[in-house]
Design a protein. Structure first.
Length: 175
C-alpha cells in the first residue's frame, strides 16, 4: 500500500499569503484534510505534516517525510501575486520536470482544470526545500490565487470537487 504524506503549507504564526482576511494556512489545512480523507477511503496510508494550526519549517517537514519513509509527498498551497487579480489558475511545482513527481503534478493540474481552474502548468522549483530535501517524489500544488476573487469563488463553490480532483491526481499514480 502506498504511503502519502500530505503537507498543509504554513500554519501557526506563518499565515502564508492573505487577502481581505482570508489566510492561506486555513484554506490549505481544510483542503489537505479533505484530500486525506478521500485517499484514506481509497486505501491509501495517509500521513500529515500538520492537522492543526501549528508551524514547522519546510526543512522539518521534509525531514518528517524522510523519517517516516513515505512514498510520495504532496504539499498544498494557495498562490498570490503582487497585484490582486493579476493572475488566475493552478500551478504545480516540482524539483524537475522528469519522473514520477512530474507525472503526478500533470495529472493533478489536469484534474483541477476540469473543475474550472486555468492550468498554469507544471514548473520546476529546485530551490524549494520540500522539493529538494525529500527523498521521494514530491509536488507542491498552488490551488488558485488567494488574491484573485474568481479563484476564491471557485475554491469555495467547488471545494469538494477540488479535493477530489487532487486526490484523483494522486490516486492515478500511486494506487
Amino acid at each position: 500500500m502506498a504511503v502519502v504524506m500530505l503537507d498543509a503549507g504554513h500554519g501557526g504564526w506563518h499565515n502564508g499569503a492573505s487577502f481581505e482576511g482570508r489566510l492561506e494556512k486555513d484554506d490549505v489545512l481544510n483542503l489537505t484534510l479533505a484530500i486525506g480523507q478521500i485517499l484514506k477511503d481509497n486505501g491509501i496510508d495517509v500521513r500529515y505534516t500538520r492537522t492543526e494550526d501549528v508551524y514547522s519549517s519546510p526543512g522539518e517537514r521534509a525531514q518528517l517525510a524522510n523519517a517516516q519513509d513515505v512514498d510520495y509527498f504532496v504539499s498544498i498551497h494557495r498562490n498570490s501575486s503582487p497585484i490582486p487579480a493579476q493572475y488566475t489558475g493552478v500551478e504545480t511545482l516540482v524539483y524537475n520536470r522528469y519522473g514520477r513527481a512530474a507525472e503526478i503534478a500533470a495529472d493533478i493540474n489536469r484534474n483541477l482544470e476540469s473543475v474550472g481552474f486555468i492550468n498554469q502548468g507544471v514548473n520546476e522549483r529546485p530551490g524549494l526545500v520540500v522539493l529538494n530535501s525529500t527523498e521521494m517524489p514530491a509536488v507542491l500544488v498552488e490551488v488558485g490565487f488567494i488574491n484573485t476573487p474568481s479563484d476564491n469563488a471557485l475554491f469555495d463553490a467547488e471545494f469538494n470537487e477540488i479535493a477530489q480532483a487532487i486526490a484523483d491526481g494522486i490516486l492515478e499514480n500511486v494506487a
